[in-house]
Design a protein around this ligand. Structure first.
Ligand SMILES: [Zn+2]
Length: 136
């Protein structure tokens, strides 16, 4: 997963820790990084959720570390790839995404069977995070 940097080199997708207000560490945020000019761009598909999280933390958050993969399924897919020592390349990412979607769909089936509406809504939200990243 890479794209062209304005400096002419390549932006590679990586997982970075973002520090907010010097106190809150947000770990495993998908970021495009250029090794040549040092440019960092938050992956477009997670920008909105990162913004929401920063808004919730406010300007004076307590000292803490937040696992961004618990907030966004796309970060979870990339973290799982890293754990499996898979490259962050389109094919591997697509496979891991499909696997996670199948897991979520299985859970959705269970949630539907037991009629747990809150759980269903949460799972649908997670599924939409995974499909939205291709649009962005
Ligand atoms: Zn660059």
């Amino acid at each position: 997963m890479s794209k062209r940097c304005p400096c002419g080199h390549v932006l590679n997708l990586t997982l970075r820790t973002v520090i907010h207000a010097r106190k809150a560490s947000i770990a495993n945020v998908p970021v495009y990084t250029c090794a040549v000019c040092g440019r960092n761009e938050v992956f477009p598909g997670v920008r909105a959720e990162l913004g929401r999280l920063v808004g919730e933390l406010g300007s004076d958050p307590p000292l803490q570390t937040i696992a961004f993969e618990e907030r966004h399924e796309w970060a979870k897919v990339l973290v799982d790839l890293t754990i499996r020592k898979q490259p962050m390349q389109a094919g591997a990412v697509a496979r891991q995404t499909e696997e996670r979607m199948n897991e979520l769909l299985d859970l959705l089936l269970i949630a539907s069977k037991i009629g747990d509406e809150a759980w269903k809504a949460e799972l649908n939200g997670r599924l939409s995070q995974l499909s939205a990243q291709y649009i962005c």
